[in-house]
Design a protein around this ligand. Structure first.
Ligand code: GLN
Length: 479
């Protein structure tokens, strides 16, 4: 069994033809993950008991001749901001080092219902704040392609596990690029669905109006299959959409003739780089496949970073208030008065990036500055969304880079938050607009570092997005 290169289709075939059982596969996957994980640190912990229980259920279904589910036997890694009942969920934070959730996120329940095997929890930036996974209280993750480099973030552990082959697919979360950017850095597929497409119930809130759960995979079809499983209305998340869930994997294939693609000028301006060249070659592939490509403008793009870092920090400052030494977290040993207890617990527990964001967020929401910053940012957010809406009257999808650069060195940007924030300059706009976007592998730099191409489309336009990505992959990408 070649664990590191398994696909969902291959697992299904193996199970149905009785080449292996789900229990055998899971034992092997756990062994492999345990042996390989020290190279990257992608997993914070494996969950062997839960994995084996799930595998036994799959084998029972198979023995009874029942349909085992679209994810039957598939080893799934899960970012440690997604709650798993009975399995420690730290959010990459010292505050939650010992937190064991009493319930499962809806996405987890759906994965297991579909026969998926929860293999373990993956490292991430603390409360998903970061672009390199270096903001975890439990140490950084190494990029499996280049171990002296970051895997991207904040879902770096999930991207690394899939790239490394210690998981077949993974769940990450994306608020401003945390699925697409690590997917790009590690050379895998990463999908940020339409806002509301996947229930956020059980996803630890960072910035609620921007948070998404989405899949990582080594190919487009596997990502489409996982999204289909986790998508759909959930009565426990009032922002989850009631729109029917298309059969994404079944809609793959078919030509691209006549599809119109937009290249936003603002995203290409500063890219005289290797990344820019690879994206241009990717666009040529689409031309060859029969797409019509035209330049267009998304004029508000330049405001995306400040707009995002006002809205995201404002929401974060409010969401993180719950980690107070009373609920969920450890409590500081230096707890004289109640105020001391709050202050010391939070002071000792949060890392520097979270503290920076709590302060920024509290400031932009304060009475004197609310109108100048928060309200203004909300208006700019509307302008950014309108840019996209206008573009999608003309084109079916937009093609752009994911990040201005490939994976950078560990330590290179940790002391410069602004440089770190710029990693997400091309992903943040899609997040603010709430539209579906994804990263699909688009070749490597001369130094062998993966580069992702971003595809963005209109709300609930995932079928067209997957079709484009699938055809691009079938055509062999740029290599
Ligand atoms: N890097 C961005 C941030 O730090 C995005 C993070 C995310 O998408 N969770 O906020």
């Amino acid at each position: 069994m070649q664990i590191a290169s398994l696909t969902i289709d291959r697992i299904r075939e193996g199970l149905l033809s009785r080449q292996f059982s789900a229990v055998e596969l899971t034992e092997e996957a756990l062994r492999f993950a345990e042996a390989e994980n020290p190279k990257t640190g992608a997993y914070l912990r494996l969950s062997p008991e839960r994995a084996m229980d799930a595998a036994r259920r799959v084998d029972e279904r198979l023995a009874r001749g029942e349909e085992p589910g679209p994810l039957a036997g598939v080893p799934v890694a899960v970012k440690d901001v997604i709650l798993t009942k009975g399995i420690t969920t730290t959010c990459g934070s010292k505050l939650l080092a010992a937190y064991v959730p009493p319930y499962d996120a809806t996405a987890i329940l759906r994965v297991e219902e579909a026969g998926g095997i929860l293999l373990g929890k993956t490292n991430c930036d603390e409360f998903a704040m970061g672009s390199s996974t270096e903001n975890s209280a439990f140490g950084p993750v190494r990029n499996p392609v280049a171990p002296d480099r970051v895997p991207g973030g904040s879902s770096g552990g999930s991207a690394a596990a899939v790239a490394q082959g210690t998981a077949v697919v993974a769940l990450g979360s994306d608020t401003g690029g945390s699925i697409r950017q690590p997917a790009s850095f590690c050379g895998v597929v990463g999908v940020t669905p339409t806002y509301g497409r996947v229930s956020r119930y059980g996803l630890t809130a960072f910035a609620s109006s921007l948070d998404h759960i989405g899949p990582f995979a080594r190919n487009v079809k596997d990502a489409a299959t996982l999204l289909r499983v986790i998508a759909g209305r959930d009565p426990r998340d009032s922002t989850s959409a009631a729109a029917p869930v298309p059969d994404y994997p079944a809609l793959l294939g078919g030509g691209l003739k006549g599809l119109k693609l937009g290249l936003p000028r603002e995203y290409l301006r500063e890219l005289g780089s290797e990344v820019g060249d690879l994206i241009s070659r990717g666009v040529d592939v689409f031309r060859r496949l029969g797409c019509e490509v035209r330049e267009l403008s998304l004029p508000s793009t330049g405001y995306a970073i400040p707009c995002y870092y006002i809205i995201a920090t404002a929401e974060a400052s409010s969401n993180l208030a719950r980690f107070d030494g009373v609920r969920y977290t450890f409590r500081s040993a230096n707890s004289g008065t109640l105020a001391d207890m709050y202050r010391n617990t939070r002071g000792e527990g949060f890392g520097a990036e979270c503290k920076r964001r709590i302060m920024l967020g509290t400031y932009v929401l304060s009475a004197g500055y609310y109108d100048a910053y928060y309200l203004k940012a909300q208006k700019v957010r509307t302008l950014i969304a309108r840019d996209f809406a206008r573009a999608f009257e003309e084109v079916d999808a937009i093609v752009a880079p994911v990040s201005p650069f490939p994976a950078f060195k560990l330590g290179e940007k940790v002391d410069d938050p602004l440089a770190m924030y710029l990693s997400d300059i091309y992903t943040i706009t899609g997040s603010l607009a709430g539209i579906p976007c994804m990263s699909v592998p688009c070749g490597n730099t001369a130094g062998g570092l993966p580069v992702g191409m971003q595809l963005l489309t209109t709300h609930f336009g995932e079928p067209a997005m997957f079709r484009l990505a699938g055809a691009f992959e079938d055509a062999g990408g740029v290599n």
